[in-house]
Design a protein around this ligand. Structure first.
Ligand code: AMP
Length: 300
């Protein structure tokens, strides 16, 4: 496995000569099985797989979150090696943003970036797409693999690639979860044992909302009360909720698509969690889902 820390070194890899051979997985490190699923997908789609590991200061809207973000480079490199990744790009902040004065910023369209998480994390998607645009310039892979967990991020990156007509195919991978439904996330390690027990309630709320909306035969009038009911359950359980919402699956399409997606974001103590559930996502650990539908164990 090759490890690159500078753009110049990376370019020596000569990716440009055969971008069709490469699939790219951008990450902020602290790799877990969610990232692992992206890497596995990448490996089935192209001859070579390159992973970037970079905690991008530009997309953190709270200094404390940036400072506390887990950095585990050694373990991450070992994980990549184990998964037979071909190359890792792990630059310093200085390498990515060498000149504060000459820094270019990419501005995503308002309708994509000021909804959902964008309302609560000013500048986040701007910072995210700025670094992604740099990475896509330096790593001209033909396939980009992203997680569905960060659904709004996925929409913005897809829209960026479309607008710039980049020759890159975006593949998305369903969210990898713990057995109790909690979406794997680098931030989960900040949860106290008590918070960790409560955290899967987010996913339960999504399931319940989806089932209720289906039962209401997708009548738009039912949306608000369903969302409010789940919000209030989660608040009672101890979450500080930012949103609980329903959107069409493609924010880009003019005509509303049939299938939608439920999305939620909230805080448990000092930890911000997000999750989502598509109408047409039928994967789930069966006993867990059965419990939810029968409302067993649901003390909240
Ligand atoms: P991050 O390192 O959190 O910035 O995430 C890097 C990539 O991994 C993004 O495309 C995420 O959507 C994806 N990802 C993070 N967590 C998961 C998960 N639990 N399942 C699938 N993909 C994930």
């Amino acid at each position: 496995m090759e490890i690159f820390t500078s753009v110049a070194e990376l370019q020596s890899l000569n990716l440009r000569q055969a971008p069709e051979d490469w699939a790219f997985v951008p990450t902020m490190g602290n790799l877990h099985a969610g990232h692992g699923a992206l890497i596995s997908k990448a490996k089935t789609q192209a001859r070579h797989c390159i992973v970037s590991i970079f905690v991008n200061p530009l997309q953190f809207n709270q200094q404390e979150d940036l400072t506390n973000y887990p950095r585990t480079l050694e373990a991450d490199l070992a994980y990549c090696e184990k998964l037979k990744v071909d190359a890792v790009f792990c630059p310093t902040v200085q390498e990515v943003y060498p000149n504060e004065k000459n820094k270019f910023i990419v501005q995503p369209p308002h309708h994509l970036s000021h909804i959902l998480c964008g309302q609560f994390r000013p500048g986040h998607f701007q910072g995210m797409i700025t670094v992604v645009s740099k990475l896509l310039n330096w790593i001209p892979a033909s396939i980009l693999v992203l997680g569905e967990k960060d659904w709004q991020q996925l929409q913005i990156i897809k829209a960026y690639i479309e607008d710039f007509r980049l020759p890159i195919k975006v593949l998305s991978v369903p969210t990898v979860r713990e057995n109790d439904g909690l979406a794997l996330s680098s931030r989960n390690r900040h949860l106290s044992p008590q918070e960790r027990k409560l955290a899967p309630l987010l996913y339960r709320g999504l399931w319940r909302a989806r089932a209720a909306f289906q039962a209401a035969t997708f009548a738009i009038e039912a949306l608000e009360s369903i969302a409010l009911r789940e919000e209030s359950r989660l608040k009672k359980a101890g979450f500080m909720l930012e949103y609980f919402d329903y959107y069409p699956q493609s924010l880009q399409e003019a005509a509303a698509s049939e299938a939608g997606i439920w999305l939620v974001a909230g805080w448990l103590g000092q930890t911000r969690l997000i999750d989502n559930l598509r109408d047409d996502d039928h994967r789930a650990p069966t006993p867990f889902i059965k419990e939810i539908m029968e409302d067993k164990n649901d003390v909240h």
